[in-house]
Design a protein around this ligand. Structure first.
Ligand SMILES: Cc1ncc(COP(=O)(O)O)c(C=O)c1O
Length: 448
């Protein structure tokens, strides 16, 4: 398939950059748990003529003409979303996960209302009330935490909810490795008279594929991104459950109005087309197998890492991701492992761990996961191999410490990177990673 033939002729510069990115994706192990590889079908839908269309409004109620097919594609995406999650209402227009979450506030809160969410350094998301986000500045944010063992502190959540009576409580996170206790949070929200909003951005695909419990019975509203385990294009969705409608029969209209005209203008119809195609794939039996394998791979990887001496937050995982705790040799060392692995062709991200002794920019952990590798077809055997490689790298960087003096950190990390470029373990691993990637080709002839 010569998919980018026109681009290669029309704009050699842009083509060459895109080609390099394709090669980076094909020749490396993508282990950032919020990333995945969409199918060629989804890529084609994203690159379709729907990018030319304006369709402010909703199917059947548009502000522009010529929307017959935009209506059809959006309706297809909505119906598939409703079927995939078993909900009565879905809005597929959010540009991404963050605007989806902002729209929820706009639909059910007033500026200054009290809200509760999973604290960011404990794994929560910015949009759940973190102080640097508009959500932490325009609302009275009461964060909840994880316990010493890394699991959510349900006693604290209940105590805070009854004390502060928030308008809404978020459940969902960006770096939490255990199953979300939707049922318990649903009860707490009911007791406190709050909306429970499940942000399942990370685990949406696992929920559809039956590899993670569903929040549908317990939450009033569900938000998600579409580009993580759901394996679609970059986008977002908001769903309203039967429980939500029972609480407020107008909740669906409030959500729709919050997205448009409240927060956004014209929907990205090419993305909507990609979401429709991705959800079509998610509804197939093969996707159930995929979701199950993502979790099996994560458990195999976690076991392998721990067997080889790597410390993990909560000593394992229930979902698609895990968090390496590097504090044994000092705070703020995630940057070393991320950089060393990147040079070897393994992409992960530095991340805070619960009670991190360092800062969000120089956190003490590394977050990694299996959705993208599983899409490539890798299974437990490959995970065991990768676990040994990562453990070797954890050992290799043991002697490096983050300088206590802030002004020295930049230079130290730069030198570390230079030194690692000549490191024998890094270079041996780079060759091994390439060999493994060749066995699991990604897009084949996409650009050649
Ligand atoms: C739990 C959660 N919610 C929301 C988002 C925001 O999504 P986006 O980056 O698409 O705005 C993320 C992104 O990582 C996330 O992990």
């Amino acid at each position: 398939m010569d998919r980018l033939a026109k681009l290669s002729e029309a704009d050699k510069e842009a083509f060459s950059i895109i080609k390099s990115e394709l090669e980076r994706q094909e020749d490396g192990l993508e282990m950032i748990p919020s990333e995945n590889f969409v199918s060629k079908a989804v890529l084609e839908a994203m690159g379709s003529v729907f990018t030319n269309k304006y369709s402010e409004g909703y199917p059947g109620k548009r502000y522009y003409g010529g929307n017959q097919f935009a209506d059809e594609i959006e309706t297809l995406a909505i119906e598939r979303a409703k079927k995939a999650f078993g909900v009565p209402h879905a809005n597929v227009q959010p540009y991404s996960g963050s605007p989806a979450n902002l729209a929820v506030y706009f639909a059910v809160c007033k500026k200054g209302d009290t809200i509760m969410g999973h604290n960011l350094p404990d794994g929560g998301h910015l949009t759940h009330g973190w102080k640097a986000s508009i959500t932490g500045q325009w609302f009275n944010s009461v964060p909840y935490h994880v316990k010493e063992d890394g699991y959510l502190d349900l006693d604290e959540i209940r105590r805070l909810a009854l004390e502060h009576r928030p308008k809404l409580i978020w459940v969902g996170a960006t770096a939490y490795v255990r199953e979300f206790p939707f049922e318990a949070l649903g009860k707490i929200a009911d007791e406190a008279g709050a909306y429970l909003v499940a942000d399942i951005a990370h685990v949406a695909g696992l929920v559809i594929g039956g590899a993670h419990k569903s929040p549908v019975e317990h939450a009033h509203i569900i938000t998600t991104t579409t580009h993580k385990t759901l394996r679609g294009p970059r986008g977002g969705m908001i769903m309203v459950t039967e429980k939500g409608l029972k609480n407020d029969p107008e909740l669906a209209q409030k959500i729709d109005r919050a997205i448009f005209p409240g927060l956004q203008g014209g929907p990205h119809d090419h993305t909507t087309a990609g979401i429709a195609v991705a959800l079509g794939e998610d509804l197939k039996p093969e996707f159930r197998e995929y979701a199950g394998q993502v979790v099996k791979n994560a458990k195999a990887l976690a076991e392998g890492l721990m067997k080889n001496g790597v410390k993990l937050v909560t000593n394992g995982t229930d979902n698609h991701m895990m968090l390496i705790d590097l504090t044994a040799e000092g705070p703020g060392r995630g940057v070393f492992l991320q950089n060393a692995l990147e040079l070897a062709g393994i992409t992960v991200n530095k991340n805070t761990i619960p009670n991190d002794p360092s800062s969000p920019f120089y956190p003490s952990g590394v977050r990694l996961g299996t959705p993208a590798l599983t899409t490539r077809g890798m299974k437990e055997v490959e995970m065991q191999k990768i676990a040994v490689w990562i453990a070797d790298m954890v050992n290799e960087i043991k002697k490096y410490r983050l300088p206590a003096e802030k002004s020295e950190i930049g230079g130290y990390v730069k030198n570390f990177r230079e030194e690692m470029k000549g490191n024998a373990v890094v270079n041996k691993l780079r060759a091994e990673v390439l060999g493994l990637c060749k066995k699991f080709p990604l897009y084949g002839s996409l650009m050649r």
